[in-house]
Write a protein that binds this ligand. Sequence first.
Ligand SMILES: C[S@@+](CC[C@H](N)C(=O)[O-])C[C@H]1O[C@@H](n2cnc3c(N)ncnc32)[C@H](O)[C@@H]1O
Ligand code: SF4
Ligand code: SF4
Length: 253
Amino acid sequence: MNDKPDYTPKSNEAEWHITYKCDLNCPNCNRLCFLPPTTPDMTLDDAREFNRQARELGWFPKIVILGGEPTLHRELFTFIDIASELSPGRVEVWSNGYRPAAKELLERIRTEGKARVCEETIKPDGCVVLPQGDFFLAPVDFGEIGHRPCHNHAAIGCGISVDAEGYTLCSVGGAIDSVLELGLRTKNLADLFDPEFAHRQTCSLCDVCGRELGITNAKIAKSQVMHGTLMSPTWQKAVKRIEKRGRRKEESA
Ligand SMILES: C[S@@+](CC[C@H](N)C(=O)[O-])C[C@H]1O[C@@H](n2cnc3c(N)ncnc32)[C@H](O)[C@@H]1O
Ligand code: SF4
Ligand code: SF4
């Protein structure tokens, strides 16, 4: 008998990260958008491919279009149309609504009734320090193996993550996988509905994500603030690697 917990999707929601670019650098951003993107923007074909696989599975989730900052993607309106083909009337846009251009686009979406604009995500004053600050404390760095899905994921069930490199069960999984280069994303949506795969991928993500781990003095002592965000050694190493790559690119440009 298989007595492993069932981590297959429960929320009936998919979060499309159409770009990880952002015009803000909010400390603690759980998609690490204060860094240069390590995953390219989604293409319209990526979105159509998601729809194809979802239809094949008979799965019609609510679709949240976000990022990064979704209004920076020039194809935002076409993504909304494609999402609406799969899930008519159940498409939402999460934007910081900060730039004048973002405000205009959101107003157009509201007026045309193309999708629901989530008003709670709007950040009229620019960068904010986001509340959950333990994401980047990797449990493995503190010998805490077996850290399991946080309440948000396990009990409420957050949306799956969709981006240009594939799918994860946790909505922040794509960003984690991308920055830490873990190779955990799958391009086969059906994998997420396979209990063995779901268990393996979720546990691997939760081993490096400290959401609900709690910030203690001992953890602070082993960590460092980078980009205004508390990070344990696993994350520090990844951020330094990404910054170094960015510097090399600039020098060779
Ligand atoms: C990653 S953002 C992407 C969309 C858009 N840029 C925005 O800010 O709304 C999606 C949502 O995650 C929230 N968020 C990001 N990091 C967070 C954190 N560490 N704690 C709580 N909420 C966070 C943002 O405030 C926003 O509501
Ligand atoms: S605006 Fe959104 S994506 Fe950008 S840094 Fe802030 S929370 Fe992250
Ligand atoms: S990876 Fe982090 S946010 Fe996702 S379920 Fe695990 S602890 Fe929660």
